[in-house]
Design a protein around this ligand. Structure first.
Ligand SMILES: Cc1cc2nc3c(=O)[nH]c(=O)nc-3n(C[C@H](O)[C@H](O)[C@H](O)COP(=O)(O)OP(=O)(O)OC[C@H]3O[C@@H](n4cnc5c(N)ncnc54)[C@H](O)[C@@H]3O)c2cc1C
Length: 474
């Protein structure tokens, strides 16, 4: 840390908000990325930030950013640390800005259906605050209880109910952020605008590289009057995709629509399907809406899926998923069992999704150490669909786990690219996907991203090393 920086932080933010004790620094060394946890578990010494600062207000954040700017000190924003792509990897030169203490629900506007939050507000607490008024944000990432509103924006998150309610970019109304020079911007002020480029997108998915999100206003909806489930066995994945395409292209929008391959049915739904599934896949849906619409949707969707050869699955499937859907795995428990695992989410147009799935799973299975290679889809669009791969590799030597992990990632990224898919559906890029971004953006897109970054953050102080590739990758 450069001389004088700590004193300036203490002077302007307060001694009780500026932490240099080893325990606090240790806690903020990394996010949820498997590789960081693996290295830590192996006993590698991972770098700590120079200081952890916990602002309480927008003015605090501005003061921190100005101190960083004057002293040319790098800054790493930290929401709740559930990011899974290595977006947080500070070193001793860094001020880590922990937004967890900025956690106020600022306002709930029941007429315009808007709610404003500090960026560090825990996702579940945000949802519970509006639920108490009969409203919902409708954004349910599996990590809702361990992620923040600012983190959702910064990673372009997607929730489990996205097929009807949209991803975070559809739910955000306005974003308040402190730019790398300390200026405050408020982007978005009306239901829609044709007032130049939508600058909210500079922050959406920026993963801390363009500024610090300090607050956001999210769009709300009234809680649905009814909720019901339906579930169908799919004879093949191809038939399941066709059924899903028929449903969304007919404009039916069950908020949750998830298709599991046979391997995942065996692992995740054994309790409720063991006697009936055989080697079939599963399509489960959650239907929500005003009284009347839900029943009509279930009937119409049933007609569509039967035409593709799907057959009814046990009614317990939906409630079974609903109850267990937010189970969070412990990487360390897996490491102790000599296993390394991860999930990889990608997306592709309808015409390309099946070959993408087949090649990615076949490529993972070429590795003798891979004991699980499977996928489900969980976010559906008129134009295509996502896939969420799971892989598990087994190794007795912890050093081999990281090599296996990175090779599994490479295989899925390459299969995705070869079939014209997008390499990141909703977890962001971080350090893990940075080398693959060129496949989505192209060389000129990467150059444009760098130009924007240089203009917004000319001294390169915001989360250096994250997201933005320094050199082209082929
Ligand atoms: C078990 C599990 C399940 C998950 N399920 C989902 C899911 O269903 N859908 C989904 O989209 N994601 C999911 N994720 C990934 C993760 O929860 C999301 O990426 C989440 O949005 C990150 O929020 P966070 O507050 O934890 O951010 P962090 O991990 O703290 O930060 C993520 C990145 O954003 C930056 N950042 C954070 N806050 C700010 C801010 N206020 N201003 C500027 N930059 C900031 C950080 O520097 C970092 O680069 C899951 C993760 C886990 C561990």
């Amino acid at each position: 840390m450069k001389p004088g920086v700590l004193d300036s932080l203490i002077d302007q933010i307060g001694k009780d908000r500026v932490h240099t004790d080893p325990d606090t620094l240790d806690e903020r060394r990394f996010d949820y990325w498997v590789v960081a946890h693996l290295r830590d578990w192996r006993g590698e010494e991972l770098a700590r930030p120079g200081v952890v600062v916990r602002p309480r207000s927008v003015a605090d954040v501005q003061a921190i950013v100005r101190i960083a700017n004057e002293s040319k000190t790098p800054l790493v924003p930290f929401g709740l640390g559930s990011g899974v792509c290595g977006g947080i990897q500070p070193d001793p030169s860094v001020i880590l800005v922990d937004l967890g203490a900025m956690n106020r629900v600022r306002e709930i506007d029941e007429t315009n259906l808007l709610a404003s939050f500090d960026a560090g507000t825990n996702g579940l607490e945000a949802e519970e605050a509006v639920a108490a008024r009969g409203l919902t944000i409708g954004h349910w990432p599996q990590s809702i209880a361990i992620s923040s509103v600012g983190g959702w924006i910064s990673t372009r998150a997607a929730g489990q109910f996205s097929t009807a309610y949209g991803n975070i970019e559809d739910i955000v109304y306005s974003i308040e952020a402190v730019l790398p020079d300390g200026d405050l911007v408020q982007l978005g002020k009306a239901p829609r605008a044709a007032a130049g480029p939508d600058l909210r997108h500079l922050l959406l998915g920026a993963e801390g590289t363009m500024g610090i999100v300090t607050g956001a206003t999210l769009k709300l909806r009234r809680q649905p009057e009814e909720r019901a489930f339906s579930a169908w066995y799919t004879p093949t994945l191809a038939a399941g995709f066709e059924a899903q395409r028929a449903i969304v292209q007919a404009d039916w929008l069950p908020p949750v629509m998830r298709q599991y391959d046979a391997s995942e049915v065996g692992r995740n739904f054994r309790d409720v399907t063991a006697d009936t599934a055989g080697d079939r896949g599963l399509l489960l849906m959650v239907h929500e809406g005003p009284a009347g619409r839900v029943a009509a949707e279930i009937e119409a969707v049933g007609d569509l899926v039967r035409r593709e050869g799907l057959e009814p699955a046990p009614p317990e499937v939906g409630p079974h998923w609903m109850e267990r859907r937010n189970h969070v795995p412990s990487w360390r428990q897996l490491f102790e069992g000599h296993l390394v695992a991860d999930t990889i989410e990608v997306s592709a147009p309808w015409t390309r999704i099946l070959p993408l799935y087949e090649e990615a799973v076949a490529s993972l299975r070429e590795r003798e150490d891979v004991v699980v290679a499977s996928a489900h889809s969980s976010h559906v669009y008129r134009t295509g669909i996502n896939l969420y791969f799971t892989f598990v590799a087994r190794h007795d030597d912890p050093n081999d786990m990281e090599t296996a992990y990175l090779d599994c990632w490479r295989r899925v990224m390459e299969a995705t690219t070869r079939h014209g898919g997008g390499v990141a559906h909703h977890h962001g890029a971080g350090r893990l996907r940075k080398p693959y971004l060129v496949h989505d953006l192209g060389e000129n897109g990467i150059a444009l991203l760098r130009r924007i970054k240089n203009a917004v953050d000319p001294h390169g102080l915001m989360n250096p090393g994250n997201l933005i590739p320094d050199a082209s990758v082929t």
